[in-house]
Design a protein around this ligand. Structure first.
Ligand code: FES
Length: 157
């Protein structure tokens, strides 16, 4: 039985996967927005990797799907178009530039506020990209806006 192997078997039930789109299409466009159980999720393809996160910024609900991806402090980050908050694609951590006043010659450094944006597990199987359903036993700041916008029509422009 190959269950649990890395071949990426698509399963049902608790290991249910939600189809987002074709691997090639997302690689070409670089990003796509989709509904995952009614929730707006954005999937990015950046430097050979897929990343998925709640599409509404944890700060005030800005549209992260419209943000630029930048390398900040060695991390690929989405920069929210609303107030320029910085979120790592890999972990959903909010970054801020801070100074440690206890250092002999304080210089601004990027630091983490912790995981603020809910990220979603991405699975690529047979040319299709899937996202796993969210695990609601853990809460994130972005959940508030995901909930607020879930009833609205998805505007893909
Ligand atoms: Fe994203 Fe304010 S809403 S930075």
């Amino acid at each position: 039985d190959l269950h649990g192997s890395s071949t990426g078997t698509v399963e049902t039930g608790p290991d249910r996967l939600i189809l987002i789109g074709k691997e090639d299409d997302i690689k070409k466009s670089g990003r796509v927005t989709a509904k995952v159980d009614g929730r707006e999720v954005v999937v990015f393809y950046h430097e050979g990797k897929f990343h998925a996160m709640d599409s509404r910024c944890y700060h005030e609900g800005g549209a992260l799907r419209l943000g630029d991806i930048e390398d900040i402090g060695g991390h690929a980050c989405i920069v929210c178009p609303w107030h320029k908050y910085v979120i790592t694609l890999e972990t959903g951590e909010g970054l801020y530039e801070g100074v440690d006043p206890l250092e002999p010659s304080p210089t601004p450094q990027w630091r983490s506020k912790g995981v603020k944006q809910r990220i979603h597990k991405v699975t690529v199987d047979s040319g299709n990209v899937y996202v796993s359903p969210p695990d609601f036993s853990v809460k994130f700041d972005s959940d508030y806006f995901a909930e607020k916008y879930r009833k609205n029509e998805l505007n893909l422009e």
